[in-house]
Design a protein around this ligand. Structure first.
Ligand SMILES: [Zn+2]
Ligand SMILES: [Zn+2]
Length: 573
C-alpha cells in the first residue's frame, strides 16, 4: 500500500467514506440467524433494544457449513470500576434521528434529554462488577467461541485508577478474562508504570503503531492469532496515534514514537493472512470513529473494527466496504456484542447489540465486586469524605463546556490569581447530581489526573493562537481533520465565534477580563492538562496536584452552582 502522509490520509477521507456508502451492496442471500444469545441481559435490562440481524456484503462463495463467533467488547471505561452517572451531550434531534423514544433507557444513556429525571428513574450506570455479570451471561452460551476485547482508555480516568496507578483495573480485567486490548490514556501512567501494568496483564496489550525512536522497533506485540473452533483469527491493535502528543504526560514516555503507521498496519494484516493463515481480521482501534471509517476504506482485509476514543454509541454498526465498525460508548454504560456468522472464512451475516449496564438492575458479579472492594478499601475513608455540596447538575460532556467546566476553569483562575483559567475539553468524566460532593466526586468528575496547576504568562497572541488551533481541530470543513476532543474550556475569555470560517479567522471581538484583548499584552493563565500547560516554558507548577487544589477550593466555595460555560458568542456569518 502506498505510504500516506497525514495530509493525504485526511484528504482521502471523503473519497473513502463515499466508496463505503456507494460501494455497499446487500447480499441477495438472507443471513442465517445467529443462534440465540443468552437472555440474562434482557431479564436484567428490560427496555434494551433487541439485536437486529444485518446482512453483509460478503458474497457467498459456497454453501458449506457456517460457524458463529461472538465478540463481546468494551471501550473507554476510563477506570470507572464503580457505578457512576454519565450525561451525554445529544439533544432531542439525536433521539429522532436514531428512532429512540424519549424516556427510554437508550435516551438516558445516549443523550442529555430529561437527564436529571431519567437519572432518578434508571439510577447509576456501569460498574465493572455489573458489566462482568453481563459478560459472563453472554459468554455462557458458547464460551469456546466468544472473544472479549477492549479498545483502550481502560486504565486511566478515575480516582481509583489514579490512586492504584492502574493496578485495580488491570487486575479486574484479568479476573473477567479479557483476550486483548489496545491503549491511549494508559500512556499517562508513564513508561515505567505502564510497562509494569502491561507485564501484570494476563492478556496481550497490542499496539502495532508504537515504536522506539532509535530503531523504529515495535515496543509491544502488534497482533495476536487465535484459533476458535478451527477458524484462525488475527487481532491487531492500533493505539491512539497521537497519544504521545495529547495525553498530559508528554514527557513520561521518552524514547517512544507513534503515528498511524498505516503501511506497517497493512503489512501486519497481510502477514497475518498469508503467513499465519488468519482467515478473519479484527482491528482493535483507538483512532476514533471518523478515522476508523477512513481506514476501513484504505486498508485491505479488515473484517471488523472495534473502535473507541470518540465515545460514540453505535446503536447500529457502520459498514464501509467489507468492514463492520462498532463502538460501545464509554464509562462502562454499554456492553457491546457482535455475533458473526462465518462461512469459508468470510463473514456472511451478523447481529449487533449494545447491552445497557444499569447498575441497580444488574446484580454485581460477586468475585469482581470483592476484587474492586479490595482495591477501594484502603482509599475509602479519604475518597468518601464529604467536601461540599452542588446545587446544579455537574457535567463535562458538551462541545463548548458544561457546568463542571465552568467551576473548574473559574477555580483555576481564582487559585492562580490569573486573568484566564483553562482546562482541556476531555470527553471523560463522571456527572454529579445535585447533592453532597466527596473527594472521589472531585476526582471522577473534574480531574482524575496528577498534573499540577501551572501558572503561565502568555501573550494575547499566544492565547488567541491556542484557541484558534483548538477550534480548527473541531470545526475544520473536512470532518476528518477534526482531530480534537471538545473545545478548550476557558474562564475569563469572551469572544465571538464564527465556526464555519477558516483557521485563524474564527475569533473576533476577544475580551479578557472584560477588556479588549491586546495582542502583545501578557496575561496570566492558570491551566492544568492539555497543551496550554506547555506554552510557557517558565510556567510555574503548583506543589500539589491541581485536583487537590480543587478539593480545597470546593470546601471553601460550597455550595456550588453553575451554568454551562459560555466563552463564545456563536455567530452565523
Ligand atoms: Zn476515552
Ligand atoms: Zn482516547
Amino acid at each position: 500500500m502506498k505510504k500516506l502522509t497525514r495530509r493525504e490520509f485526511l484528504k482521502n477521507a471523503g473519497a473513502a467514506a463515499l466508496t463505503g456508502a456507494l460501494g455497499w451492496e446487500l447480499s441477495a442471500c438472507a443471513p442465517a440467524p445467529i443462534p440465540a444469545a443468552g437472555t440474562g441481559a434482557q431479564l436484567n435490562t428490560p427496555t434494551h433494544a433487541p439485536a437486529t440481524p444485518s446482512p453483509v456484503a460478503a458474497p457467498l462463495t459456497s454453501t458449506g457449513p457456517s460457524m458463529h463467533l461472538r465478540i463481546l467488547f468494551t471501550n473507554d471505561l476510563h477506570g470507572h470500576l464503580r457505578p457512576l452517572y454519565h450525561r451525554e451531550d445529544h439533544d432531542a434531534q439525536y433521539l429522532d434521528a436514531h428512532g429512540i423514544a424519549r424516556g427510554s433507557v437508550e435516551a438516558y444513556l445516549g443523550s442529555a434529554v430529561d437527564f436529571a429525571d431519567l437519572a432518578k428513574q434508571y439510577g447509576k450506570v456501569g460498574g465493572v462488577a455489573q458489566l462482568a455479570t453481563l459478560i459472563k451471561q453472554e459468554r455462557a452460551s458458547a464460551p469456546e467461541r466468544t472473544l472479549l476485547l477492549d479498545a483502550g482508555d481502560a486504565w486511566y480516568g478515575s480516582a481509583l485508577a489514579l490512586l492504584t496507578q492502574g493496578k485495580a483495573p488491570v487486575e479486574v480485567m484479568n479476573a473477567i478474562g479479557y483476550d486483548a486490548m489496545t491503549m491511549h490514556w494508559e500512556f499517562n501512567l508513564g513508561k515505567e508504570a505502564l510497562l509494569e501494568r502491561i507485564g501484570e496483564a494476563k492478556f496481550p496489550i497490542l499496539a502495532q503503531n508504537l515504536v522506539d525512536t532509535d530503531f523504529e522497533d515495535r515496543v509491544l506485540e502488534p497482533s495476536l492469532v487465535k484459533e476458535v473452533q478451527g477458524l484462525k483469527l488475527g487481532i491487531v491493535g492500533q493505539a491512539y496515534p497521537f497519544s504521545l502528543l495529547t495525553t498530559e504526560a508528554r514527557d513520561a514516555n521518552p524514547g517512544w514514537r507513534m503515528g498511524y503507521r498505516e503501511d506497517e498496519l497493512q503489512k501486519e494484516i497481510n502477514r497475518l493472512r498469508k503467513e499465519e493463515g488468519a482467515q478473519l481480521i479484527i482491528l482493535l482501534s483507538h483512532m476514533g470513529l471518523e478515522q476508523d471509517k477512513v481506514m476501513a476504506g484504505v486498508l485491505q482485509g479488515v473484517d471488523v473494527m472495534i473502535g473507541s476514543h470518540t465515545h460514540d454509541i453505535l446503536w447500529k454498526p457502520e459498514q464501509i466496504g467489507q468492514t463492520i465498525i462498532t463502538q460501545s460508548g464509554s464509562h462502562g454504560k454499554l456492553l457491546g456484542e457482535l455475533d458473526l456468522e462465518i462461512r469459508d472464512g468470510k463473514v456472511v451475516g451478523f447481529t449487533h447489540n449494545l447491552i445497557p449496564v444499569l447498575a441497580e438492575r444488574v446484580a454485581p458479579d460477586a468475585e469482581i465486586d470483592a476484587l474492586i472492594e479490595k482495591w477501594y478499601a484502603p482509599h475509602r475513608e479519604r475518597l468518601l469524605r464529604v467536601v461540599g455540596e452542588t446545587r446544579s447538575l455537574l457535567y463535562r460532556r458538551s462541545l463548548f463546556g458544561g457546568t463542571s467546566d465552568a467551576i473548574v476553569t473559574q477555580a483555576y483562575r481564582d487559585i492562580a490569581g490569573a486573568d484566564v483559567g483553562c482546562a482541556p475539553g476531555w470527553r471523560f468524566g463522571a456527572t454529579l447530581l445535585p447533592g453532597t460532593m466527596t473527594v472521589e466526586d472531585v476526582y471522577n468528575a473534574f480531574k482524575p489526573t496528577a498534573t499540577p496547576l501551572y501558572t503561565a504568562k502568555l501573550s494575547g497572541r499566544q492565547i488567541r493562537a491556542s484557541l484558534e488551533d483548538n477550534l480548527d481541530n473541531i470545526f475544520n470543513a473536512d470532518p476528518l481533520q477534526r482531530l480534537g476532543g471538545d473545545v478548550l474550556r476557558c474562564a475569563g475569555v469572551k469572544a465571538d465565534l464564527r465556526a464555519q470560517k477558516a483557521r485563524n479567522e474564527r475569533l473576533d471581538n476577544i475580551r479578557i477580563n472584560d477588556a479588549a484583548w491586546q495582542e502583545s499584552s501578557k496575561y496570566l493563565v492558570g491551566t492544568s492538562g492539555g497543551r496550554t500547560q506547555y506554552m510557557d516554558e517558565a510556567a510555574k507548577p503548583s506543589a500539589e496536584p491541581a485536583v487537590e487544589l480543587l478539593v480545597r477550593y470546593i470546601e471553601q466555595h460550597s455550595p456550588l452552582s453553575a451554568e454551562p460555560l459560555t466563552t463564545f458568542t456563536k455567530l452565523e456569518s
